[in-house]
Design a protein around this ligand. Structure first.
Ligand SMILES: Cc1cc2nc3c(=O)[nH]c(=O)nc-3n(C[C@H](O)[C@H](O)[C@H](O)COP(=O)(O)OP(=O)(O)OC[C@H]3O[C@@H](n4cnc5c(N)ncnc54)[C@H](O)[C@@H]3O)c2cc1C
Ligand code: SF4
Ligand code: SF4
Length: 379
């Protein structure tokens, strides 16, 4: 149901409008699928030199009802924007109200810096669930390929599949640089003990920068090349009857998808969860394609990353707008000007809106001047 059917009119009947976007967030769309919950950091444990297992617990043991493969956002008071992190465990393997994340620290990153101290006991806001990455319902072999902290969503998916006794073979490839970057190897390998009887579960770490003369006897090279040479070419996994699940940094996923495509795995058989970050472009909305279905507004992680606006003014040299007149459907009567605007400064590059839009109206590849209906008609 459209949020616009839920208008609440102020008592004097005069709609509120002309709100600068940078003011305190107005009441958000009322039926958002993203829940915003107070929580506390219960523990931080080093998995490697630069990766933590961070556990948070929602106040009053509340739950978010996520499925394996989804993500949430974490927001701390010290930083202006939340960050997206995949739930790292299957919902059924968490204690009630608890959520685990595998978080890799990146040089110069603000959330990364925040985690340099032990933050156990600190308050944090967890929002979610978000994202559509999940296991499909076929019975084809699963090829899971994770890189870096992309281990999180894939770990959740395979744990979940194991608990649900999914009757499929599963090959879980993990790409890391060196042995020191590997974590939870024993724990993940043991998933084979609870995997559906008669089906294979195999965990295969592959190292790209391990010194030649080290004691490492496992896979070497780029993880997707290793999969191609040792599993596809040898017929252990068949291109025409497998599904691939990728999670991690976008360059790894793009390169990996190309390798699989060249090897004959169809595009429809590949599912991705790309960990975009501050370096990725903010998506842009093409309002001429938008049909006001609200899907993007229902999944956005922050109140003001996508703004419903009547006008944009004071364009600056950098293409941003100094003044965005925000309309809030909860307080605005009939007039609506068909302009959704992504505020780049508030966008956390989660691409939830891109995936949610059923009309292909949002893309990081669009390069459009935001327009109101008025100037679209004039043009
Ligand atoms: C859907 C989704 C799920 C995600 N899940 C996870 C997860 O499970 N675990 C996880 O660790 N991360 C995950 N991320 C990435 C995470 O949201 C942050 O982007 C990342 O932790 C960096 O945050 P930061 O605050 O430290 O850096 P920011 O302060 O946001 O970035 C500051 C600068 O750091 C540099 N930088 C940022 N990211 C990287 C990087 N990856 N490599 C090198 N330099 C970088 C850039 O120069 C950037 O401008 C996910 C992202 C998305 C969109
Ligand atoms: S990518 Fe879309 S949903 Fe995510 S923060 Fe940016 S505008 Fe909001
Ligand atoms: S941009 Fe897409 S998802 Fe958002 S309201 Fe328009 S059509 Fe719907």
């Amino acid at each position: 149901m459209s949020s616009r059917s839920n208008f609440i009119y102020p008592e004097n009947g005069i709609p509120h409008s002309k709100t600068k976007v940078n003011s305190a967030p107005q009441p958000d769309v009322q039926n958002s699928r993203v829940k915003i919950k107070d929580a506390v950091i219960t523990s931080m444990k080093n998995l490697t030199d630069d990766t933590f297992l961070l556990t948070v617990k929602l106040d009053n043991n509340e739950v978010l009802n996520s499925h394996a493969g989804q993500y949430g956002t974490l927001k701390v008071e010290e930083l202006d924007k939340p960050r997206a992190f995949s739930f790292a465990k299957a919902p059924t393997s968490e204690k009630k109200g608890e959520y685990s994340f595998f978080i890799k620290q990146v040089p110069g990153g603000k959330f990364s810096e925040y985690l340099e101290k032990d933050r156990s006991g600190q308050k944090i806001t967890l929002s979610g669930p978000m994202g559509q990455f999940k296991i499909d319902d076929s019975d084809e072999d699963m090829v899971c390929i994770a890189g870096g902290s992309g281990m999180s969503a894939i770990n959740a998916i395979v744990e979940d599949a194991a608990f649900n006794k999914v009757k499929r073979n599963c090959y879980f490839f993990y790409g890391a640089r060196q042995q020191k970057d590997l974590y939870l190897v024993d724990e993940i390998s043991k998933i084979s003990n609870i995997w559906a009887k008669g089906y294979t579960f195999k965990f295969i770490p592959v190292l790209s920068e391990e010194p030649e003369d080290s004691d490492w006897t496992g896979g070497r090279g780029f993880v997707t090349d290793y999969f191609k040479d040792n599993y596809l070419k040898t017929g252990v996994v068949k291109a025409e009857s497998c599904k691939a699940f990728f999670c991690g940094p976008p360059p790894m996923i793009n390169a990996g998808a190309k390798v699989l495509e060249d090897a004959g795995v169809s595009e429809e058989s590949m599912f991705f969860d790309k960990f975009e970050d501050a370096r990725s472009p903010a998506p842009v909305i093409d309002n001429s394609k938008c049909v006001l279905c609200d899907e993007c507004l229902l999944v956005k992680p922050t109140a003001d990353c996508i703004v419903e606006t009547a006008s944009l003014s004071d364009a600056k040299d950098n293409g941003k707008y100094a003044n965005i007149s925000r309309i809030d459907p909860a307080f605005t009567s009939g007039l609506y000007y068909n302009t959704l605007y992504i505020n780049e400064d508030k966008c956390i590059r989660c691409y939830a809106c891109v995936h949610a839009c059923p009309h292909n109206a949002i893309s990081p590849e669009y390069d459009l001047e935001p327009k109101t209906l008025r100037n679209m008609v004039k043009n």
